[in-house]
Design a protein around this ligand. Structure first.
Ligand SMILES: *[C@@H]1O[C@H](CO)[C@@H](O)[C@H](O)[C@H]1NC(C)=O
Ligand SMILES: *[C@@H]1O[C@H](CO)[C@@H](O)[C@H](O)[C@H]1NC(C)=O
Length: 437
């Protein structure tokens, strides 16, 4: 990646952000809709690199393959929610480097919008948080939520059916998350677990703990990366996209798009080519990422982009996006209101953040345009004020750290993950001390 390419990427961001009317133009022909929002993923998931190489179809490693290729054990557990969605829960139960073999403490990692459990294990041991936690002796569980690439399955409905996609983060937080947490606690015989969520992974925790306060006792410590619940003010780029929300909704309606950016063979194949190093098109890839995550050229490993795009974005319902749009337009954190876009009047219930009593650590990036704390956007600060049991409120010590750096930042280990492990160990030591004295 040359410096000129990166400059070009940043120029493109400015151009793109001034052209959100793009959605109205003929550019979005049916062919592009089919390419970006295909109804069938057509991906073959395999477990060894040998299998990836053979055949013509797009083959990617699944979570088990991504983990076991490094000599770590991995498991897949399938649970069915009370409303019929089949979810795949992943686990790294041990590490070749861990001395602690018994009485491991469960820790639960929850991805955000468009993510999957794969995002926590893309780079390997010594780099990804999931491997580092396993090395430290934790029993690592990784959630996947309805509609993502691992959870496009239901006891009755097919993802081809529009009803399959009738959910927002409300259903994920009130049904999927407690189902997954209870499964882990039952399976391990423990009373509580540590929780680490990124972005929507934090929204889900806030939704669960405020609507079902009995779950506060099941969260030993909740660590929130780039926490998202309140949008007081937006960065100018985001504001512009939001001002266009009616066009965006109309576009999705007209094209019967119910699922946002699914992981599919066409996306994987085209992104691999478009985003590769030394191509003229790579700046476009980077521009799109920076537009939504914040611009941080130093922490972005451009060589890793084609690999990342083999697993991300991994799909979510369009309704989840609409729920966030309601939050933004109303400056409030409420249940999804099915009448809001018709009447412009929000009457749904408020999530009562004051019911959240589990200890929380909030960690944000200064360069993040979503969960930000710039001069104009106080979203994270405001959230901190409304939560009663925040034991730690910190900025990642790198001033451009953006929304995606929590997974893909070149120095994420030294800037964040090592510190996170220290936070958990210190917290545990304190709890142990409390029970001794
Ligand atoms: C960048 O990514 C490539 C491909 O995944 C990897 O080989 C390389 O070590 C990475 N570089 C850094 C600085 O992390
Ligand atoms: C544990 O408690 C003792 C007595 O209150 C105190 O001196 C010590 O610093 C505590 N250790 C930790 C790790 O909190």
């Amino acid at each position: 990646m040359t410096r000129i390419n990166m400059k070009f990427a940043i120029m493109l961001i400015i151009m793109l952000s001034n052209n959100v009317e793009l959605f109205e133009t003929q550019l979005f022909s049916q062919a592009l809709v089919n390419l970006w929002f295909p109804k069938e993923p057509n991906i073959v998931r395999v477990r060894t690199l040998d299998e990836v190489a053979i055949g013509k179809s797009v083959r990617i490693l699944d979570f088990i393959g991504l983990v076991t290729r490094h000599g770590y054990p991995a498991e897949e557990h399938i649970i069915t929610t009370k409303d019929g969605y089949n979810l795949k829960l992943h686990r790294i139960p041990d590490s070749p480097l861990s001395i602690n073999k018994d009485n491991k403490k469960p820790i639960f990692l929850q991805h955000g919008v468009l993510g999957s459990s794969d995002l926590w294990v893309l780079f390997g041991p010594g780099k990804d948080l999931a491997f580092l936690l396993a090395d430290q002796g934790y029993d690592v569980w990784l959630g996947n939520v309805r509609g993502n690439t691992y959870c496009r399955s239901h006891v009755k409905m097919s993802p081809q059916n529009a009803d399959f996609w009738q959910y927002s983060y409300h259903e994920i937080g009130t049904i999927d998350l407690p189902n997954m947490i209870d499964y882990v606690l039952d399976y391990t015989g423990k009373k509580f677990l540590h929780y680490i969520g990124h972005s929507m992974g934090t929204t889900l925790l806030f939704v669960l703990l405020s609507t079902r306060p009995d779950y506060n006792a099941k969260i030993r410590l909740g660590i929130c990366f780039a926490p998202v619940a309140l949008f007081n003010e937006l960065s100018p780029l985001f504001q512009q996209a939001i001002n266009n929300y009616q066009n965006i909704m109309k576009f999705f309606n007209d094209n019967e798009v119910n699922e946002l950016f699914p992981l599919s063979s066409t996306n994987i194949a085209s992104n691999k080519i478009l985003c590769a190093d030394n191509t003229k098109t790579q700046p476009f890839c980077i521009a799109v990422l920076f537009l939504f995550a914040g611009s941080d050229p130093i922490q972005m490993n451009t060589t890793a982009l084609p690999g990342i795009f083999g697993h991300y974005p991994a799909g979510i319902s369009v309704l989840t996006l609409y729920h966030y749009i309601q939050n933004i337009l109303t400056h409030d954190f409420r249940h999804y209101d099915y009448g809001y876009f018709i009447h412009n009047d929000i009457v749904s219930e408020r999530y009562e953040l004051e019911k959240i009593t589990a200890p929380l650590a909030l960690i944000y990036g200064a360069g993040d345009v979503i969960a930000s704390r710039s001069v104009k956007t106080f979203n994270v600060l405001e959230l901190h004020k409304r939560l009663s049991n925040v034991i730690l409120f910190e900025e990642v010590p790198y001033k451009r750290f953006n929304h995606l750096d929590f997974f893909t930042g070149i120095d994420a280990k030294s800037l964040l993950f090592d510190h996170v492990i220290e936070i958990i160990e210190k917290f545990e030591a304190k709890q142990l001390n409390r029970s001794l004295f």
